[in-house]
Design a binder for this molecule. Structure first.
Ligand SMILES: [Zn+2]
Length: 420
């Protein structure tokens, strides 16, 4: 039997963990835990299950109280104890039974939703003190004594989404003010007129979940600080690392890029070796590794530790992504015509922020992606932008470009650039 306490595990790993059962004749799997967000693994398995709720019939009015927040559960939490949501009479949760929401799945996968409210140790008096301390705690939590998401997760045993998306589709569409399409030939023609062009690469995850592909973007940096995403692409899973490296080198040269920023974590190291063996100048590489928010710089340089090892950079993931999204919203980062890269645009909608994660007592701000969505292109753009800003020792100043979102024509009228 495999048992997972799974609320904090990365869903991509479940298939691998489940492999431990491959030799078992029974293949029993049990997933248990406290649900957190609507995108978490527990919510996913709950969706697949027969979704049993504990149901208690009221002896007073015969109402069947269903112990789920969207049914009766919230109204059942009364001061005296678990009560009928219709008439308020005290209930005896022990008289309840499991009722599946999807009985046709009974033979496949059971899901039991177990809120604290239905357990005697939480509603019955403490056998030693005679007090209902645990119930008082639930009642207090239900009435503002606990943060809502914690109350839903811990006391009701239900998911609660406190996450919000960083970018909306409207934000993306509004940022698509460049006149060219996301087409290689059109983009290459546009590469002149920029201070520098930089390529960003986020390597695919090797297809653990089949949604992470290698994302490539080419950014052009302007004198006025604006950043134009000239070209974006995703490489198919059928390419081997050598073919990928060849393709990337080719694009890099065609766009006359000066830096190749890439995700050095995971398989990035192997891919970097391929590039260097093919003649890529290691000094032009910006290998980046994400870290979570801490005090200090957005990007930190780490020199080679010994001969043979290579330099790399650590990048503050949440802060850098928030900066990027803010720039996209404010017109500081611009994209090609929306329809020409619509199929990739979901990558930018996948980012969600989550302020609730707690690590060693301190709140940690986390940027995550929605379940089942890829975000590879966002990171390729982020790495490329950071590499340029870092190498020039200058980060964009958001207030100066607020509300811009201007096309080249409009900008030319504001800041005439002498023709070369
Ligand atoms: Zn009743």
């Amino acid at each position: 039997m495999g048992v997972h306490n799974c609320q904090d595990l990365n869903i991509d790993f479940f298939d691998i963990i489940d492999e431990v059962l491959s030799a078992s004749p029974y293949k029993f799997r049990l997933y248990a835990g406290t649900p957190k967000t609507l995108d978490g693994p527990l919510e996913k398995y709950w969706d697949l299950s027969n979704q049993c709720e504990w149901c208690i019939r009221c002896e007073g009015c015969n109402h069947w109280n269903i112990c789920a927040a969207k049914q009766d559960l919230l109204k059942m939490i009364q001061k005296a104890g678990p009560s009928c949501s219709k008439c308020g009479k005290l209930l005896d949760p022990r008289t309840g039974l499991w009722v599946p929401g999807y009985p046709e799945r009974d033979t496949e996968f059971w899901g039991l939703h177990q809120p604290q409210v239905i357990f005697p140790m939480h509603y019955a008096p403490n056998p030693i003190t005679g007090d209902r301390e645990s119930w008082a705690e639930i009642y207090k939590a239900a009435n503002g004594g606990m943060e809502t998401y914690k109350f839903w997760n811990e006391k009701l045993g239900e998911s609660f989404d406190v996450r919000s998306v960083l970018l909306s589709r409207a934000d993306i569409k509004n940022a698509c003010v460049l006149v060219h399409e996301n087409d290689l030939n059109q983009a290459i023609k546009r590469k002149k007129g920029y201070v520098q062009t930089v390529m960003g690469v986020d390597w695919g995850g090797g297809g653990i979940s089949g949604i992470s592909l290698t994302g490539i973007s080419v950014l052009g940096f302007r004198h006025d600080g604006l950043v134009d995403v000239l070209f974006m692409d995703k490489l198919g899973e059928t390419l081997d690392p050598l073919q990928e490296a060849t393709l990337i080198m080719n694009l890099y040269r065609r766009f006359q890029c000066v830096i190749l920023a890439h995700d050095a974590g995971g398989s990035g190291g192997v891919r970097e070796t391929f590039l260097i063996q093919m003649g890529f100048n290691p000094n032009r590489l910006f290998p980046a590794s994400y870290i979570n928010t801490g005090p200090g710089k957005l990007v930190r340089y780490h020199p080679p530790e010994q001969t043979g090892s290579r330099h790399f950079y650590t990048v503050d993931k949440p802060r850098s992504l928030v900066l990027l999204c803010q720039l996209i919203k404010n017109g500081g980062v611009r994209f090609p015509k929306y329809d020409s890269w619509k199929r990739y645009s979901d990558d930018f909608l996948a980012l969600v922020e989550d302020k609730r994660h707690v690590s060693r007592g301190a709140d940690v701000y986390i940027i995550d992606r929605k379940r089942g969505m890829s975000d590879d292109l966002v990171h390729s753009v982020n790495f490329a932008a950071l590499a340029y800003w870092h190498s020039h020792g200058k980060y964009p100043d958001i207030p100066t470009i607020t509300g811009a979102r201007l096309t080249d024509e409009q900008l030319a009228r504001l800041h005439p650039v002498p023709k070369r």
